[in-house]
Design a protein around this ligand. Structure first.
Ligand SMILES: [Zn+2]
Length: 326
């Protein structure tokens, strides 16, 4: 088990050593200066939080170490490093995305991912050429749910401010409860237990629910309860989700987004999707089928979750990663 975890950690981690530029690519100058200015300009005065929305109350002292400490360390490191070129030495990157392929898990009513090879081979003109056409539902694999998915006036995929998709991660580990009951709904009691151990969930957090079901991917029966297709199969769905009351709690905490390592924020047996409705009415997007949550600490990671920017979209394929100090 530990070995498996280590292997997956090694596969998921990508440590970027930007100082080690490829041959022929000049370090610093052109590439870095633009980024340095952007980062420096983005740093607010000392009395304002970093990597946090302007809506933070000055009197809000919840989890100050996490809110300010890591975020400051990350950005300060980047800013300092920019004097000599971009330097992300101090960060480890964890890939929280499943890849898209023929076996990628989609909702039973949605067609699966398709990749059609349009060209692949030598051109006869001295160069290699590959190009594909892809077809995908918005809601399959690791993906974004935009608030409009269940809230008529909610943001569409392209309207979600980037600031809402980047922030400090809170990882609520409910693996034990979900191992005991695959229909488990993450409860207010689960959130209370997290807060008793780690402090209140801060405003602006990205809350990731680790049910442990990510380890079942891509086995549909183990992961979601059925490998059947079509509307009837939706009655066979069995996997953990977020309870409506806990969704309300997260809305009250003013979190930026919520993610889960199952196909849906509501558990598989849900027919009315109350957790979706609670979150999205408050313009809080969700990330579903998130991978590798068991590799993250309860606090201390920073999440970057950038979906395909589909105009008017109700969701979309998502590349989600987490940065940790090395
Ligand atoms: Zn979705």
């Amino acid at each position: 088990m530990a070995r498996d975890r280590n292997l997956r950690a090694a596969a998921a981690e990508h440590v970027y050593r930007l100082r080690e530029a490829p041959p022929g690519v000049p370090r610093g100058a052109m590439d870095c200066r633009g980024r340095c200015r952007a980062i420096t300009d983005a740093v607010p005065p000392a009395n304002e939080p970093l990597l946090a929305p302007a809506t933070f109350a000055a009197s809000d002292r919840r989890m100050p170490a996490m809110r300010h400490g890591l975020a400051f360390a990350l950005l300060a490191g980047l800013v300092a490093a920019c004097a000599s070129g971009p330097d992300l030495h101090e960060l480890r990157w964890i890939d929280l995305s499943h890849d898209f392929a023929a076996d990628t898990i989609y909702w039973p009513t949605a067609p699966g991912f398709e990749l059609r090879v349009d060209a692949k081979g030598e051109t006869g003109k001295g160069y290699w050429y590959e190009s594909n056409t892809i077809t995908t539902s918005e809601h399959g694999g690791t993906h974004l749910d935009a608030p409009v998915h269940f809230a008529k006036s909610g943001w569409t995929s392209d309207q979600i401010p980037i600031d809402r998709l980047v922030g400090p991660a809170i990882v609520v580990d409910v693996t034990k409860a979900c191992d005991a009951d695959r229909d488990h709904e993450v409860s207010v009691a689960d959130l209370d237990a997290f807060e008793a151990a780690h402090g209140a969930i801060p405003e602006g957090a990205i809350v990731l629910l680790c049910t442990g079901f990510g380890r079942h991917w891509p086995d549909r029966v183990k992961y979601m309860g059925t490998d059947q297709r079509g509307l009837e199969a939706t009655f066979l769905l069995r996997f953990p989700g977020l309870s409506p009351a806990a969704a309300k709690r997260l809305v009250a905490r003013k979190v930026k987004a919520v993610g889960i390592d199952t196909p849906s924020i509501d558990h598989g047996k849900s027919r009315l999707f109350f957790a979706h409705r609670e979150l999205y009415a408050a313009n809080i997007p969700a990330f579903e089928n998130v991978a590798n949550l068991d590799l993250l600490p309860a606090t201390g990671a920073t999440v970057v979750a950038l979906p395909m920017k589909i105009r008017g979209g109700s969701g979309g394929p998502l590349r989600i990663v987490a940065a940790l100090p090395r």
